[in-house]
Design a protein around this ligand. Structure first.
Ligand SMILES: [Mg+2]
Length: 187
């Protein structure tokens, strides 16, 4: 049966370490993904939240243009796209729509829809598009989407999302593992 997938972009379809080289260069750091223990990056840099937000806003376009795909994401999304609908739902701002669509095109990733909501509150979008399952890397989003929408949420394991999970949020360490879980769920 055809299902509609809600899929986060950054840290889910793109490699969760995409931003690290930019952070290291701009702030003279030497961090790796293992050092990112929480979603908020501000504590890692020695500037104010406001200054960091400004830097991020200025650098988002180039970071998103250059983001590498997560390992296995393309292969598995391409398989799912044959039988299902792929709705990408991201906290990126809507001014990044063109850059985002160009990235999908360049990476030969097909999509049914890309919704850039400009906020981390994905529940409204998940409800509006009536997605049947969600794929995320942000812990609180995953839990809230599962609890509010009553759908399974696949959480891609990263050092910044290792808090406990309710049943119904499934932690996976790779796209291959996500594929196995979802194929079983589809049966
Ligand atoms: Mg994300």
């Amino acid at each position: 049966m055809k299902k509609r997938f809600g899929i986060d972009i950054d840290g889910t379809v793109t490699c969760p370490s995409s931003m690290i080289p930019y952070l290291n260069k701009a702030f003279n750091l030497n961090i790796t993904l293992a050092d990112i223990k929480q979603y908020d990056l501000t504590p890692l840099v020695d500037i104010s939240e406001k200054e960091f937000a400004k830097w991020f806003k200025e650098n988002e376009p180039v970071i998103y243009r250059e983001s590498p795909l997560a390992d296995g994401a393309k292969e598995i999304l391409t398989k799912w796209r044959q039988d299902h609908e792929l709705y990408f739902i991201s906290a990126r701002g809507s001014h990044l729509q063109q850059i985002t669509e160009e990235w999908f095109l360049e990476n030969a990733l097909e999509f049914n829809h890309i919704e850039l909501i400009g906020t981390h509150d994905k529940i409204r979008a998940a409800k509006k598009f009536e997605v049947d399952i969600f794929l995320e890397d942000k812990h609180d989003n995953a839990v809230m989407i599962h609890e509010t929408c009553k759908i399974p949420v696949i959480l891609f394991d990263t050092p910044y999302n290792r808090d406990p999970l309710p049943n119904g949020v499934i932690r996976v360490s790779s796209w291959q593992e996500a594929y196995k879980w979802v194929e079983n769920w589809l049966k």
